[in-house]
Design a binder for this molecule. Structure first.
Ligand SMILES: [Zn+2]
Length: 432
């Protein structure tokens, strides 16, 4: 048995791992690299895409699935194995990503059809025989809807678990992560191996307070949000905040992808946690409420820019690098009655990061698509929205297993992997 990391070993994007066992080539994830992260060209892989037998997907984030079209284009015709929810989320996510690639519309439609034909959804916790003595089980990872860790039982070679991205406890809509019984080898993410998140329990209350204050002067609150995961978490919490009826303003979901993903989330209530299913059984849809409006057409998006508040607008991209949020910022950031609310990590070099860095500074401005804009709107950063487990969560997850596996840390920068390695007492070298 051999494991080769083709991407996402020392970085948090571009996840792709190859397991070679009993003559089988098994890939776990096939993601795009983002920012400055390096991507190994497929031509330099130790196996040709056509020789890959199975591809497991841990979840539908683009840094875990974004290269699936390229893999298929280069000859992969094996099976794609994942959860039912990830299979449902795959098409909208890849369709959106294809819009930014070199593929023509016809090519991407053709590829998406092939991908759909090759992929199979499975339930959590059930074991299935794959081939040549390999058996697999998918476990709940609690990161986004459909996310899973992958357990592979290899006859004569023990058990390997790939963690994928692991979620934190108390994520709205999602069940907490399950823990594998135990394994011999664990390939584990370390994104926040060097951090401890704040308490998430009072997050709803803080969101309510920020919104109430920001909306008191009748302006707009602009929230840049990732379409998959974060948008649905925010809708869930805003449903609770506005549902109590203390105050209420219209909320616009101005994101075609966010709307499509939200529709998939809504249709898969069997995978929600008990709290969300409880709301639904009492007749309160947990991510839909009076005063929530869908903005699909571009002309409606343009009208919304020119409409005065008070209102909340959720739009992508999450770091303001493109998408509809850019137009709203251009229109709104120079007006002091408006506010921006950040609920996600902003990578250095993105407009989102610049707004957070330069807001409140004399003459603070942001460059947006070549235009210099003064930051006069209020800017707020809300912590506690990470979709990843922190160091304590990761350590607790490993410690809950029976026995101690050999652990290979991936999906984290050097500092995060070292800190988590120390916490797990792995003895990682400084250059490891
Ligand atoms: Zn992820």
């Amino acid at each position: 048995m051999k494991i080769v990391h083709l991407g996402g070993e020392k970085t948090v994007t571009g996840s792709c791992h190859l397991l070679q066992v009993n003559g089988l080539n098994i890939l776990v994830d096939c993601g795009l690299a983002q920012g400055r992260d390096h991507l190994l060209p497929m031509d330099c892989w130790p196996v040709k895409p056509a020789d890959v037998d199975f591809l497991f997907l841990t979840h539908a984030h683009i840094d875990h699935v974004g290269r699936v079209p390229e893999l298929v284009q280069k000859g992969f015709r094996g099976e794609i194995l994942t959860t039912h929810a990830t299979k449902a989320l795959l098409e909208p996510m890849l369709k959106d990503a294809a819009g930014f690639s070199h593929l023509t519309e016809l090519e991407s439609v053709g590829l998406l059809t092939v991908i759909d034909r090759l992929s199979w959804g499975f339930e959590y916790g059930q074991s299935f025989d794959l081939d040549r003595g390999v058996r697999f089980t998918l476990g709940r990872a609690g990161h986004i809807l459909g996310s899973c860790w992958i357990q592979l039982d290899l006859s004569g070679e023990g058990r390997v678990v790939f963690s994928g991205d692991l979620g934190a406890e108390h994520t709205p809509l999602l069940c907490d992560p399950d823990v594998p019984e135990g394994c011999d080898v664990l390939v584990m993410e370390a994104t926040y191996g060097d951090r401890v998140h704040g308490d998430r329990k009072d997050r709803k209350m803080r969101l309510g307070q920020v919104l109430q204050k920001a909306l008191a002067d009748g302006g707009k609150v602009l929230i840049p949000a990732f379409a998959l995961g974060r948008t649905q978490e925010l809708l869930y919490e805003m449903d609770r905040v506005f549902g109590k009826g203390d105050f209420r303003v219209p909320v616009f979901l101005d994101s075609p992808l966010g709307l499509e993903i939200t529709k998939v989330y809504s249709s898969l209530s069997q995978y929600w946690d008990q709290e969300a299913r409880g709301h639904l059984s009492r007749g309160d849809h947990p991510i839909d409420f009076d005063g929530l409006y869908a903005v699909r057409r571009h002309s409606d998006h343009m009208d919304l820019q020119r409409t005065d508040g008070p209102m909340v607008i959720l739009a992508g991209s999450g770091m303001c690098t493109g998408g509809r949020i850019v137009n709203h910022i251009r229109e709104g950031i120079e007006k002091p009655e408006n506010d921006m609310l950040f609920v996600g990590y902003q990578v250095p070099g993105t407009p989102g990061r610049d707004i957070l860095t330069y807001c409140g500074k004399p003459g603070g401005y942001v460059m947006l698509e070549g235009e210099r804009l003064a930051i006069r709107a209020g800017v707020h950063l809300m912590a506690g929205y990470s979709a990843h487990a922190d160091r304590n969560g990761l350590v607790a997850w490993v410690n809950a297993m029976v026995g101690r596996p050999r652990i290979k840390l991936v999906h984290g920068d050097g500092q995060a992997r070292r800190a988590l390695g120390e916490a797990l007492e792995l003895g990682i070298r400084r250059d490891g």
